[in-house]
Write a protein that binds this ligand. Sequence first.
Ligand SMILES: NC(=O)c1ccc[n+]([C@@H]2O[C@H](COP(=O)([O-])OP(=O)(O)OC[C@H]3O[C@@H](n4cnc5c(N)ncnc54)[C@H](O)[C@@H]3O)[C@@H](O)[C@H]2O)c1
Length: 243
Amino acid sequence: MQAKFDLSGQVAIVTGAAQGMGESFAVQLAAAGARVVVADINDALGTAVAERIGEGAMFVHHDVTSRAEWDAVIAAAEERWGPVSILVNNAGIAVWGSMETVDEAEARKMLDVDLMGVLIGMQAVIPTMRRAGHGSIVNIASVASMKGTEGLTVYSAAKWAVRGMTKCAALELGADNIRVNAVHPGMIATAMTVDMPDPQGQPIKRKGGPDEVGNTVLFLASDASSYTTGCDFVVDGGMTIGV
Ligand SMILES: NC(=O)c1ccc[n+]([C@@H]2O[C@H](COP(=O)([O-])OP(=O)(O)OC[C@H]3O[C@@H](n4cnc5c(N)ncnc54)[C@H](O)[C@@H]3O)[C@@H](O)[C@H]2O)c1
């Protein structure tokens, strides 16, 4: 019997894949047989990730806020391996601060990366997924898309938007055999949370590992989730039980 998460013959792009969760997603997708574009603005770390994965990966410099760079990364993937069938919209930034005093330029930057980056990524990938004949888009949102978090107003606005866009895109792209789902991590051990203590007010009183989120991404990228679109997948140690 074929492995459930067999991604042989598939081409994937993971944004923000130079470190943290994106790196883990790229490694797991490649291990399942996909060809993976490690896309990021951090050339040094991104190149190292692609080299560690080996032949099934390549690094492409890619800023999610630039439509021209989206077109370039997709063209690079197609030229090397053929049409793209998996996109993990993972790149994101978080700046903490009170709603009253958040700097406007910083807020716009966060919305540009966390919200617009996901929108133009989904737009850019549609033609190549049509050429592939199918596709799975996995948008990495956050538990911040399901509740209020003090100090995260703008980040939260972006992630609620990603959750909403995911459902709208799933409705529009179903006819093209393209599925779109959202993953909502809780507190995961990456550079983003390095200064934070383990969460105590939840059943699993530790940060999650990037691989624990990656397992869900792998499921959504693969045909094992073939009847699933427009859905929210929470991987948070129980943080949002009761929300
Ligand atoms: N760590 C957590 O606890 C947590 C929880 C919920 C959601 N998330 C979300 O998960 C995703 C990954 O988070 P992480 O913790 O791995 O973060 P991280 O800071 O470890 O890595 C983020 C990566 O994104 C890249 N990046 C930043 N701006 C970019 C841009 N404009 N274009 C392309 N790449 C860019 C960075 O270079 C970096 O490699 C983010 O969307 C984040 O909001 C994280």
